[in-house]
Write a protein that binds this ligand. Structure first.
Ligand SMILES: [Cu+2]
Length: 349
């Protein structure tokens, strides 16, 4: 009798010591699928001392329809516009459709509770379908063609500084540098308005990089109320050094809300507002009777909505987010976004 009692005590005790210590339990309570923001958001969270994280994200964006400001343009409207790069007199090659695919590999490590290091490497593939028209007179269609580019695009490294982490409120700053390592002079075959096929330097938007350095800075705040989480982020990307030309500086504001669906899943809604400047500088060899050869036809103001889902797995977590623009006011003529999606996997250890 005494022996079995002693044995049960031992059993209970061993179960007790095998459960998690108290502060870890507290930590686990915060460990819900909304621990990470919507997957498309970068640098939304920091880590505690000694924590590491690796992530892989895939992004795809589809663009179609040309815009001038907020107005959609038909091909006929674009053919009437002047060609600022020389002959022929009017634009004669019109983008129809574009896909951008990106793979991002990321790593995070917190050497202290106050600083998290974050690095990322990006690979990109772009493909664009275009239609060539005769340069003069009836402006008949000459034909359709596609251009493509793929490879390494950029790497970046940031420091995240914790400002506040208390009672479900988190606030941190990001400061980083991005180096564009993708080529800025890739070529492909183009169907000219004269009906010939020429190998030409692709326009700015089809290049994988701009050989520039960009300063990244952001402030991110989030507040968790039980099953809800609200967050806001402002971010800027400012060019600090370029080679001939660079993609324009940009300013971005994100607002999001997340709600736990159950123990392992949370959905999110996000609003993203981007204000992107035109391309600075130019490459004299990029010259074609296409809107994309004009550095001024880049950037604009874009308001996008995103709906997402984060799910915790036995190891790591996955996120999915789908975007659709609400309004876009583009420096144009320029092709606008139709939809985008992002999927990713995070593993913390
Ligand atoms: Cu992380």
């Amino acid at each position: 009798m005494f022996k079995s009692f002693y044995f049960s005590l031992l059993l209970i005790f061993s179960i007790n010591i095998s459960t998690e210590p108290m502060d870890h339990m507290d930590h686990m309570k915060n460990h819900s699928a909304k621990m990470h923001g919507p997957i498309g958001l970068m640098g939304d969270h920091f880590h505690r001392k000694g924590e590491s994280m690796v992530s892989i994200r895939y992004m795809e964006m589809h663009m179609n329809h040309n815009y001038l400001g907020t107005n959609k343009l038909f091909d006929q409207n674009i053919l009437e516009l002047p060609n600022p790069t020389g002959m022929p007199k009017n634009l004669s090659v019109v983008p129809q459709d574009m896909y951008m695919d990106m793979v991002m590999l990321g790593g995070m490590y917190a050497p202290s509770d106050y600083i998290t290091l974050m690095g990322m490497i990006m690979l990109e593939q772009k493909s664009m379908d275009l239609r060539s028209y005769k340069p003069m007179m009836a402006r008949d269609k000459v034909g359709d063609f596609s251009t493509r580019s793929s490879g390494l695009s950029s790497i970046n490294m940031s420091l995240l500084f914790k400002i506040l982490d208390r009672d479900g409120s988190k606030f941190h700053a990001q400061l980083g540098l991005q180096s564009s390592i993708g080529k800025n002079n890739l070529k492909d075959n183009v169907l000219t308005p004269m009906g010939t096929i020429n190998e030409m330097i692709l326009p700015y938007g089809m290049q994988l990089g701009d050989k520039s350095y960009t300063l990244l800075s952001a402030l991110t705040y989030s507040k968790t109320f039980e099953i809800w989480k609200f967050g806001g982020q402002i971010k800027s990307r400012i060019n600090v050094k370029n080679d001939q030309w660079n993609f324009g500086d940009s300013y971005e504001t994100n607002l999001w809300v997340q709600r736990d669906l159950n123990q392992i899943a949370a959905w999110s809604l996000r609003l993203k507002f981007q204000d992107i400047e035109s391309i600075k500088g130019n490459n004299q060899n990029i010259n074609a009777p296409a809107q994309t050869a004009n550095p001024l036809n880049y950037g604009g103001k874009i308001l996008t909505s995103g709906i997402g889902l984060n799910i915790m797995l036995p190891k790591g977590s996955v996120g999915l987010e789908f975007y659709k623009p609400i309004t876009q006011d583009l420096h144009g003529p320029q092709m606008g976004m139709n939809w985008g999606l992002q999927a990713g996997y995070h593993l913390s250890f």
